[in-house]
Design a protein around this ligand. Structure first.
Ligand code: F6P
Length: 328
């Protein structure tokens, strides 16, 4: 292990995700374990620009591993896109002799790190935290498992009432650009159809399938719509279906931001703990501009450029599975 002479900082940025707190805890505790001084930056890049930076002690992260949200708060920063904003942020880091940062967030957060690094000399390691699971270089992002279980719990409850009333429900789950939440919750919730942004939605096929279900006296039907599906959100898809086929009593339910909150699952807590410690170790080894992830149970480092730009394909095998299981 190289000689430790650094102060590092940790911050959370972009949309929050359950497990961020567990990752903050892991970064703080491991940094202290390795003899580093560790700072927290509040409100992501916004706080970096405003100098909202404070030294963190081990007890500052007590009793947070189980809590959703982020004790460091989060923000999306326009100011950080400007050279002035970045210079101000760098000055503030220098005041505390911080030369390594751990960024917890998604693609926007890592884009920020990349740009920062082009002009200022700062080591940066990213930890993938987003409920969307849309980063290349990790099987799962922190928060995804919790989000899909929250959504699934809601879908199960909707199924109960859908079944009692013989209704057709269009349920919208989060995912502006990615259908991973929709795909897993659709399979787990036994949905009749799953609409995701990665594949073109064929409305005729969808209507034909729902009609077939009606003729078979299906008691209830659930269609999962990812927020970013190109056919529209759940309201729009429901409207289009009703235009052609209105035998079913239909309802729309948007699960929304509750998917972003709540106590992280054990999976997310353990993932966050592993990746948080690995990020600090990576800084100590002199690594930079990398996202740490887990692939097939192994720690993997992926350059930011690749993690954010490399389009993640939806698993077509899973979509096929959903098709087979809902065909009759
Ligand atoms: O990136 C996570 C995410 O929850 C997306 O699924 C969603 O589209 C977006 O954030 C919502 O962002 P906001 O909280 O700013 O409305």
């Amino acid at each position: 292990m190289p000689k430790i002479e650094k102060s590092i900082a940790v911050f959370t940025s972009g949309g929050d995700s359950p497990g961020m707190n567990a990752a903050v805890r892991a970064v703080v505790r491991s940094a202290i374990y390795f003899g580093l001084r560790v700072y927290g930056i509040r409100r992501g890049y916004e706080g970096m620009i405003d100098g909202d930076i404070y030294e963190m002690r081990s007890q500052d992260v007590s009793n947070i591993i189980q809590r959703g949200g982020t004790i460091l708060k989060t923000a999306r920063s326009e100011r950080f896109r400007t050279p002035e904003g970045m210079s101000q942020a760098f000055e503030n880091l220098k005041k505390h002799n911080i030369n390594g940062i751990v960024a917890l967030g998604g693609d926007g957060t890592f884009k920020g790190c990349l740009e920062f690094n082009k002009v200022h000399d700062i080591q940066c390691i990213g930890v993938p935290c987003t409920i969307d699971n849309d980063l290349f270089g990790t099987d799962f992002t922190i928060g995804y498992d919790t989000a899909i279980n929250t959504a699934l719990d809601a879908i199960d409850k909707i199924r109960d009432t859908a079944d009692s009333h013989n209704r057709l429900f269009f349920v919208e789950v989060m995912g502006r650009d990615a259908g991973f939440i929709a795909m897993r919750t659709g399979i787990g919730g036994g949905a009749e159809a799953i609409l995701v942004p990665e594949t073109k939605t064929n409305m005729e096929q969808l209507i034909a399938k729902l009609e077939k279900g009606w003729k078979r006296n299906k008691a209830s039907s659930i269609v999962i719509v990812a927020e970013g599906d190109e056919a529209g959100g759940a309201f729009e898809v429901a409207r289009k279906v009703r235009e052609h086929f209105n035998y079913y009593d239909t309802r729309v339910s948007i699960i929304g931001h509750m998917q972003r909150g709540g106590n992280p699952t054990c999976m997310d807590r353990v993932l966050a703990s592993r990746l948080g410690v690995a990020a600090v170790e990576a800084l100590l080894e002199g690594k930079s501009n990398l996202m740490v992830g887990m692939i097939h149970k192994d720690l993997v480092f992926t350059p930011f450029e690749k993690a954010i730009k490399h389009n993640l394909d939806i698993n077509m095998n899973l979509l096929r599975l959903a098709e087979i299981l809902s065909a009759n």
